[in-house]
Design a binder for this molecule. Structure first.
Ligand code: ADP
Ligand code: ZN
Ligand code: ZN
Length: 729
């Protein structure tokens, strides 16, 4: 009798044994249909066993081994096993959660072919403005094609209702053509792969050589390059070398929608190489199709967000993590993994190089480079103009007009005068962060969250940015009935209104999550900025990430101070990274950029360090502080979170969990339970408990035992979860 161990999508930290007479030795990684209670579930075989603890008469039989899709490779499974063990999450949930939804269903429909269109060489050769100005949609489509090379039908339709006829027009001119997706044979074409590209600088070619020297072994690199130093070019050369060696490349980015320029660069440099994207914005059909492209090797380059770290890649030869410091590489629910950390583990398992790139690496990463666990590659200079000049505008006691200082307004006016672009950065969307009663001081609060309701202009409603609740603006104060309610503070909408008032002749564009919600709104806006159809951009951190706007020379920052005195020990690291990125948007063309930061604390050490744009000294200073205070990376942490309708319930649960933990290993530091930074969220109250140790191994062994004990407990009134290497404390 053959026995298979099956991973199932059920929240129990174990595998389930089934008889499977027709299972073959190579069925590990195959999906199976199994009876489970009264249901039939899809699972995955992760082991074939000779014996089981389940008595034979009680063991059920596999209904069917599904061989309709390629099985998951051993390397792919190994990473999932590691992730489940390291993050203390049931293997079944980890494995099934990594699969595209279609493969988790009992009835897995065959994927439909996706129709995509590609820019032809003729289309590439002409400029979008050869089209008459009234052919707006055709122009917009063509610009989009030039940026992305390949568009699927959904993306085309999202441009507008008349996009399909416009597409037909472009096709009849021979500028775009339908794209055959399935014709690329697996992992064959060796070269020639890349086309063109500038001559590398000395620093760039040193970095490329260092990576190329380690293509056949595990090696982790930190590519530390100031903004605009040409990190992408280093990636492209490393990709080229990997493709020539007939291997696949995994390129991880924080958010695809925010970094289409990188995708375009890669597609343009490797026009004959198929690239596939994996991210949460795909529909189920696309997700399955792209997953299969990766798995069959049809896709030689996989560009994806954090979930792509689990993509099946039989020929993987290189992993790149761009903007590795970015918080969105960390999954904050379910399997709470860090895709950056797993990328390093995956590279280690597959014996291949991994490149982590950033201008402001996470301190954990930089520390690894200082310890020579990672090899440090530095790009210290910008390619074109020098780094932007950073200046502070003191605002304490100053009279600001709608949050904008006269100095900043003058600077914008001066840029307008010379036809240059400016950007005003503010890290809050909406009109005003809160509504206040002038009589009694009442503030608009979300009744489900410990958060204020944000006033939005477009629908004239109050919105909670945490739980999604919204309500009309009340006619008067909910406490005293007074009708004089005042918006307090600034958001993007309010800054936009103010800027419009000061510069009525200027073309102004607001960019935040609200204005870019529609699919492809943001790509269209980005090309408007690049084509100089905009004079002033007002926006949030969407603007910060990696964009290259050659005519943007002035960046103004409003309200940065709010992050300066946060209680989170990672706040300075994040603020430095954010402001470096924002500042890095200025002066990427020929002229030196100017960055004006409004602050009440111009002498703050963080601002001093930022002005000299010296990440290395800043990071060394922070590391020293962390060492003295006993914070990561000098200790390793895990957070046990609990939530319940009432805070006391959550705290009481954690207090008991702490006692259980202390009995397991007294050398683990376990702190007292505390209310979470945001106590109430969507009507539930949350508390947390921090456990830490100096050695990762010790903490891991403890967590395994602790997790097992806590899981054995009869159902608790609080819902709990474990977060290993938490980023939010
Ligand atoms: P980063 O990602 O480090 O901020 P980018 O990769 O966006 O920087 O590069 C900035 C600009 O410099 C881009 O326009 C890029 O095409 C250009 N560039 C990169 N390397 C070179 C080079 N060796 N010679 C000329 N231009 C380059
Ligand atoms: Zn009132
Ligand atoms: Zn809320």
């Amino acid at each position: 009798m053959k026995i298979v161990r099956v991973a199932l999508d059920v929240p129990v930290a174990k595998l389930f044994d089934y008889h499977a007479d027709d299972a073959r030795g190579d069925d590990v990684g195959c999906r199976v249909l199994v009876p489970f209670g009264k249901k039939i579930l899809v699972g995955m075989i992760v082991e074939i066993a000779a014996s089981s603890d389940v008595p034979s008469p009680r063991m059920k039989c596999v209904l069917r081994v599904l061989r309709d899709a390629p099985r998951l490779g051993n390397d792919d499974l190994r990473l999932l096993r590691f992730a489940a063990a390291y993050y203390h999450h049931p293997l079944g949930l980890a494995v099934m959660g990594a699969l595209p939804a279609r493969l988790r269903r009992v009835r897995a429909p065959r994927p439909r072919a996706i129709t995509t269109f590609v820019l032809t060489p003729a289309g590439e050769a002409i400029a979008a403005d050869v089209l008459p100005a009234r052919a707006i949609v055709q122009r917009r489509l063509l610009t989009l094609f030039k940026e992305r090379r390949v568009l699927d039908l959904a993306a085309i339709k999202a441009v507008g209702r008349s996009a399909p006829p416009a597409l037909t027009q472009l096709a009849s001119r021979g500028w775009v053509a339908p794209h055959e997706t399935s014709e690329h044979p697996a992992l064959v074409a060796a070269g020639p792969v890349s086309t063109g590209g500038p001559r590398l600088t000395v620093e760039q070619s040193e970095a490329v050589q260092a990576i190329q020297a380690h293509l056949d072994e595990f090696s982790a690199f930190l590519l530390l390059g100031v903004t605009g130093s040409g990190k992408t070019e280093v990636y492209l050369h490393a990709i080229d070398a990997t493709l020539r060696a007939r291997r696949q490349v995994l390129l991880l980015v924080p958010e695809i929608a925010l970094t289409p320029q990188l995708e375009a660069m890669v597609r343009n440099r490797f026009p004959d190489i198929s690239l596939t994207a994996l991210h949460s914005g795909l529909n189920e059909n696309e997700r399955l199709e792209h997953w299969r492209a990766a798995q069959t090797g049809r896709a030689r380059i996989v560009l994806g967000t954090r979930l792509a770290v689990f993509a099946p890649l039989p020929g993987l030869g290189l992993i790149i993590v761009d903007e590795e410091h970015d918080g969105s590489f960390k999954q904050t629910e379910g399997l709470r993994y860090s895709a950056r950390d797993l990328a390093v583990v995956r590279a280690q398992q597959c014996k291949i190089p991994v490149v982590l790139g950033s201008a402001t690496p996470a301190l954990e990463t930089y520390y690894n480079a200082l310890n020579e666990r990672y090899q440090l590659l530095t790009l210290s200079r910008r390619i074109n103009a020098p780094l932007p000049r950073i200046e502070y505008i003191p605002t304490r006691g100053a009279r600001l007009a709608d949050g904008l200082s006269p100095r900043l307004l003058d600077a914008i006016a001066a840029r307008l005068e010379c036809n240059e672009q400016s950007m005003v950065f503010i890290n809050r969307r909406g009109f005003a962060p809160v509504l206040m009663c002038r009589a009694c001081g009442w503030l608009s609060q979300c009744h489900r969250c410990s958060a204020q309701l944000v006033l939005h202009l477009h629908d004239h409603r109050l919105h909670c940015h945490h739980c999604g609740f919204h309500a009309p603006v009340p006619p008067g104060c909910l406490e005293c009935g007074n009708q004089d309610l005042a918006p307090v503070g600034q958001g993007t909408q309010r800054i936009e209104v103010a800027v419009r008032r000061y510069f009525p002749q200027a073309r102004i564009l607001r960019i935040d999550r609200d204005s870019t919600r529609r699919r492809l709104a943001w790509p269209a806006m980005r090309s408007q900025i690049r084509e100089r159809e905009v004079d002033i951009v007002v926006g949030t951190q969407i603007l910060a990430k990696g964009h290259h706007f050659p005519h943007l020379n002035l960046v103004g920052v409003v309200n940065a101070d709010s992050l300066l005195y946060s209680t989170d020990f990672r706040a300075p690291e994040r603020l430095f990274a954010l402001l470096t990125q924002v500042a890095g948007r200025a002066g990427r063309g020929e002229r030196q950029g100017e960055v004006l930061i409004q602050t009440e604390f111009p002498g703050h050490p963080l601002y001093t360090a930022l002005r000299s744009q010296d990440y290395v000294s800043f990071a060394r200073g922070l590391l020293e502080e962390r060492q003295q205070a006993g914070f990561p990376p000098f200790v390793h942490q895990a957070l046990l979170r609990a939530e319940a309708p009432k805070l006391e319930t959550a705290v009481a649960y954690l207090a008991r969990a702490a006692r259980i933990g202390k009995a397991l290993d007294h050398r683990i530091t376990i702190y007292d339970p505390v209310p979470a930074g945001m106590v109430r969220l969507a009507g539930r109250e949350r508390a947390q408990l921090l456990a830490q140790a100096e050695a990762r191994g010790r903490l891991q062994r403890f967590l395994a035992a602790w997790y097992a004990k806590l899981s054995e407990e009869p159902s608790s009134p609080a819902r709990w979860s474990l977060d290993v290497d938490p980023l939010e404390l």
